[in-house]
Design a binder for this molecule. Structure first.
Ligand SMILES: [Zn+2]
Length: 404
């Protein structure tokens, strides 16, 4: 008799009239459920069928109307003789708990994701299944104990053929996601990634970058000082000097990392945020190289339709200095609330590396020239995902994070 046929009959029709009979009947249901679940897990359906297969199995067992569990409730529990009701009720509750493994989320977690059927498809699946078995743990609440199959008692603990349990995996934080995306674009252009300390000397953070003693950014109100000669770096630019000292020219680097400012947190400010710095030093580098590279980057990141616009600006460590705006990605330059009706959004600062800065890095400015840029990663993530409050990035709210 199939399991459907069994749950379609009453206990009386099945000739079950005592507690041991009830126990083995329920054990059979649990074993059948587990077998079907394992079959699905080991089958590892291709990605496009995975959810459909999991849903079908869930519905077969858990559907309110005519699901196998509902039928056990209707035909075994509700229609059981009075004297068997307590024991059937207890088994039914256990079965219901046990059947939580058929809930969609858990099924999707257990069935391997991301497998695609290829020429070697089957082989890959079995490797995956074996790897999962190796890492599995048998949890006491999942212990099946003994159950009867074809009248023979099988001891199922521990059953090494059971698949392991997948803990829900996190996702990549939107700031990290954008960082990686930007890094990838520049890696593709032949830049390499360089990092440096977040606790930085005043020399590297200011002096070597041609930022004079009197500059307002050196003020306590803008910079977090550890002591008189040490700060939490206010930008990623000190790594420019460190990299020039370390590698000399030619040099093509990008510098991702955390920076710190004496700012109170609000919707657009945070005392800690991420920057990416770019630096290219070589013979005959001109402003045209800077424009061409940043224009390419903007189109890669924001989309091919995006136009860039360069405006003069001032930074102590570049000369000339510029700010880059892109045509608003929301309104395509026609003007909207995001771009304050201007059609343009400012996205980074840049310029030709100041000769004094090259000299501090040990590079001869008569022989080499260079360009640099710096951008705020959170701002890019906010534009890309339409986020209006920078604080959301740091609150670790799963409801926010699981959207990415
Ligand atoms: Zn706009």
């Amino acid at each position: 008799m199939t399991i459907e046929e069994k749950v379609g009959k009453t206990l009386a029709e099945l000739a079950v009239s005592d507690a041991p009979g009830v126990a083995s009947l329920f054990a059979e249901v649990r074993a059948a459920m587990e077998e079907e679940r394992q079959t699905l897990v080991l089958k590892a359906p291709p990605e496009n069928q995975r959810e459909r297969d999991c849903k079908a199995l869930r519905d077969r067992w858990l559907a309110r109307k005519n699901g196998l569990i509902s039928q056990v409730d209707e035909n075994w529990l509700k229609r059981s003789p009075k004297e068997l009701k307590p024991v059937v009720g207890r088994h039914f509750n256990e079965l219901r708990q046990f059947s939580s493994r058929m809930e969609l989320e858990r099924l999707l977690g257990d069935v391997p994701a991301g497998l695609r059927h290829s020429a070697k498809g089957d082989q890959i699946q079995w490797h995956d299944a074996a790897a999962r078995l190796a890492g599995q743990q048998v949890r006491p609440e999942d212990d099946l104990g003994q159950h009867l199959k074809d009248g023979i008692a099988y001891d199922l603990k521990p059953d090494l053929t059971l698949p392991g349990y997948r803990r829900p995996l996190g996702s990549i934080h939107p700031v990290t996601r954008v960082l990686r995306e930007i890094e990838d674009i520049f890696l593709g252009l032949g830049f390499r990634i360089e990092t440096g300390p977040e606790v930085e000397s005043v020399y590297y953070n200011f002096d070597a970058l041609n930022i004079p003693e009197s500059h307002p950014s050196r003020d306590d109100w803008d910079t977090l000082y550890v002591d008189e000669r040490t700060v939490l770096r206010t930008h990623t630019s000190p790594v420019q000097i460190r990299a020039m000292e370390k590698y000399g020219a030619p040099l093509y680097i990008i510098v991702p990392g955390k920076v710190y400012r004496h700012d109170n947190p609000d919707a657009s400010h945070s005392p800690m945020f991420h920057q990416i710095e770019g630096l290219a030093v070589d013979r005959d580098i001109t402003f045209a190289d800077l424009k061409g590279t940043l224009d390419f980057f903007a189109r890669k990141f924001f989309g091919e339709k995006v136009r860039t616009s360069f405006h003069p600006s001032f930074f102590p460590f570049t000369e000339p200095s510029g700010e880059v705006s892109i045509s608003c990605v929301i309104c395509d330059g026609r003007g909207c609330r995001t771009c304050k009706e201007s059609g343009w959004v400012e996205v980074m600062g840049c310029g030709m590396v100041h000769p004094e800065v090259l000299r501090h890095g040990g590079i001869d400015p008569d022989e080499y020239t260079g360009w640099a840029f710096g951008l705020g990663v959170e701002r890019y993530a906010m534009m890309k995902y339409g986020i209006n409050d920078i604080q959301l990035f740091y609150q670790s709210d799963v409801r926010f994070l699981e959207q990415f």
